[in-house]
Design a protein around this ligand. Sequence first.
Ligand SMILES: [Zn+2]
Length: 143
Amino acid sequence: MPVSKSFFKQHIRDIFTRKWDETWKSWQQCSHTKSFLSSVTYQNSKFTSTLSRTTLKNVVGIITGHCQLNKHMTNLKIIADSTCRFCGEAEETGIHIVNDCPGTYRERHEAFELCPNKPAITKITKFVQCKRIKRALLQGNNT
Ligand SMILES: [Zn+2]
């Protein structure tokens, strides 16, 4: 019985995704990104390819920490204070505003707790699409 073309495509995709995941997990760098994405999945790649350019930029910015958030702007010596604009209690990093900032509770609740069965990348996308978060990512501290 012949094997279908789609079977081979899926098999090749699985091999390359597995190799990419092994490489990702072997890297010692990218701890900020790894806190959000501990493994590589084809579904994440496929999902992010459907996002608008601006939304993708914001998702990548939050995940990597390389965006208009105060910690990164301080690292670049563009501003002097890395304190979180939403709570004033910690450094403003992607990890902080997504995971434990009391000032972004409402957005986190909408994105994460109202959609418990969605993949992490979907929740992060919903989070960055919230009005206050989007504004902070697009305009930095000039909000
Ligand atoms: Zn905060």
